[in-house]
Design a protein around this ligand. Sequence first.
Ligand SMILES: [Fe+2]
Ligand SMILES: [Fe+2]
Length: 233
Amino acid sequence: MFSKDFLSRRKFFVLAGATGASLLEGCSRSSRQTTSACTAIEALELQHGVTRRVLAVMENIKNGLNAQRDIAPEIAAGALGIVSDFMINCHQLMEEKFIFPVFASYTKTAELIGVLRQQHAVAYKLTDILKPLCLDIAKKDQENRRKAVNMIHLLTRMSFAHESWEDTALFPLLRVVAPGSAYEDLGSQFAREQNQFLGRDGIEPTLQKIARFEANLGIGNLDAFTPKAQDFI
Ligand SMILES: [Fe+2]
Ligand SMILES: [Fe+2]
């Protein structure tokens, strides 16, 4: 369905030349704030948290399109840009580079990892299709909107399931396939690469952008997701 060398078309960041000063020191959202060490699973969980926040923004955009609301192209394209830059080019690429290879000789997860890799490729393809649709969102072209709604639905449905399976069926096994110091080394390697890609401020600027989109869409606080009494109909 998709080119097997799709990775070559993606911005691949190189693990090289990281200095001690640039190492991510822990799980803080900013690499400049922290002193505590960060394990690989903790780093992955934080990255999944960020991707779920931006996927929730995409879901809200989809609901707005279905309700024929105006959606600013800078919000639609901006949120999609975070999906592309953070979820695909940072998070998923780090999984392919550091996490999946750890399971190479562990046959119990071979089929699962095959599906996860395929879904990474599909997410890339869906994001590529969505880019022009999001940029033209203000034109209110009904075919454009219908297609954008469908592509966002396919992306969010798959991505929420994808991350849930990684969190429950794959990541907990990391300590089994990489015991002791191997697991600690993996955490350091993973954190170093994240810092290399995101820079000294780490995840914080990405979260600030997501927070601006959330505020604009009326989901700027967690309570916005709590059903109210009038919703129980
Ligand atoms: Fe993944
Ligand atoms: Fe993931």
